[in-house]
Design a protein around this ligand. Structure first.
Ligand code: FES
Ligand SMILES: [Fe+2]
Length: 340
């Protein structure tokens, strides 16, 4: 499960998108269901009932915050524990659990861990702009038909700015660059990923990018004395489809009335990238040696190195416990023996 994206914390979707009904969505090829608890917390389970595999998201949420499978009515709590098996009073519910993911609400986003939940799990490392109180955040979402690694590289790629974004955030670079210009791209490893800066002809404009493993970019925009950042949360959905959450954070002009304006500006930038990134193919980024690269590719090659060395081969194999008759064996074997 979560092949190529296991054992990491990732943002999943904005909290406001889960209402009273269960919400289905995909993460790295797995179907998940999110549902609210009575006091507003959010639980996330695999959207697959351990009984016969029906989508739990087609069921309902009970008043106690349990999700009820639409097929035979089994109920599961926020930790995936089975709380009720209709018509089977002897069923040992402790052996009939669903698979829950460790979940956190940070800022206005729901985060999940793509591996075994455990009390010793390290907490997610989240960019300041996505978690700090007192900031206004304006977020928008886009679905791109591309492998998430292509979208992530695009977010760390400075030299495309004067071409793809020549009318928006690449305007000054496009204006100032000449045929002899040189862009120096630096990469500084950090505890959580890395920091990259692009300097044109020795003139440092002050902006820089941070990479938060595995899939977040934070663009720090230079505005003296102010906080203004744009984050890209690059979330793998299904094969060849990526859910992008673009989230701008600021400590000024905090009125929600300005959200449409900031959303419009950020969507314009994101939409400028889309056709070019999708044109590269829906499969993962190739190994570095398979393509031609130059000095200004330093940051994207660092991401590629991380992906191939740390993430690509990862997966998680959770176990459903299915032993309702108490024999220590899976129910399918028990019943098969009894009917042989
Ligand atoms: S498939 Fe879910 S209760 Fe049977
Ligand atoms: Fe871009």
């Amino acid at each position: 499960m979560f092949e190529g994206f296991a054992g990491v914390w990732t943002a999943l979707f904005p909290l406001a998108e889960v209402g009273a009904a269960p919400r289905a969505l995909s993460l790295a090829g797995e179907r998940l269901v999110a549902f609210r608890q009575p006091r507003g917390e959010v639980a996330v389970l695999l959207d697959r009932c351990p009984h016969r595999g029906a989508a739990l998201s087609l069921g309902r949420v009970t008043g106690q915050g349990r999700i009820e499978c639409p097929f035979h009515g089994w109920q599961f709590d926020a930790q995936g524990r089975n709380c009720h098996v209709p018509l089977n009073p002897e069923a040992r519910t402790s052996r009939l659990s669903a698979i829950a993911l460790a979940t956190r609400v940070i800022g206005e986003m729901v985060w999940v861990y793509t591996g075994a939940p455990s009390p010793s799990l390290p907490e997610p490392v989240v960019a300041e702009g996505l978690r700090a109180p007192g900031l206004a955040r304006t977020c928008l979402q886009r679905n791109w038909n591309v492998h998430w690694t292509r979208a992530m590289e695009n977010m760390l790629d400075s030299p495309h700015l004067p071409f793809v974004h020549r009318r928006t955030i690449g305007k000054s670079l496009a204006r100032d660059m000449t045929a002899q210009s040189r862009l120096d791209v630096s990469w500084e490893p950090t505890e959580w990923g890395g920091r990259t800066k692009a300097v044109l002809d020795g003139r440092d404009g002050g902006a820089f990018l941070e990479f938060y493993r595995p899939n977040v970019m934070a663009l720090h925009l230079p505005l003296p004395g102010r906080h203004l950042r744009i984050h890209a949360l690059v979330i793998p959905a299904e094969a060849g489809r990526t859910r992008l959450v673009i989230c701008q954070s600021r400590d000024f002009l905090r009125s929600r009335l300005l959200d449409p304006l900031f959303s419009w500006m950020n969507s314009r930038i994101a939409d400028e990238d889309r056709a070019v990134v999708e044109s590269m193919g829906s499969d993962e980024v190739p190994a570095a040696r398979a393509q031609a690269s130059v000095a200004t590719d330093r940051a994207t090659l660092q991401f590629r190195k991380y992906y191939f060395e740390a993430l690509r081969g990862s997966s998680w194999q959770p176990q459903h416990g299915c032993d309702p008759l108490g024999t220590g064996r899976p129910v399918a074997e028990d019943l098969a023996d009894r009917t042989a």
